[in-house]
Design a protein around this ligand. Sequence first.
Ligand code: ZN
Length: 61
Amino acid sequence: MADDDLYARYQHAYTAWRAHHANCQPCRAGTHCPVGTPIHQRLTDLQDSYLRRIRSRGGKR
Ligand SMILES: [Zn+2]
């Protein structure tokens, strides 16, 4: 899998989460609703993979 693909999926998940977050009262209050939970989970998973990949490379400049 290409790095750019992982980054694109991470950005997409982030955009999806922000779009949901902006219109969801429980999620804004920090209590993830049933719809928001998988969206947020996907974001944290991708963020984790992305950051781990950067670290395993010894940092990116
Ligand atoms: Zn929500």
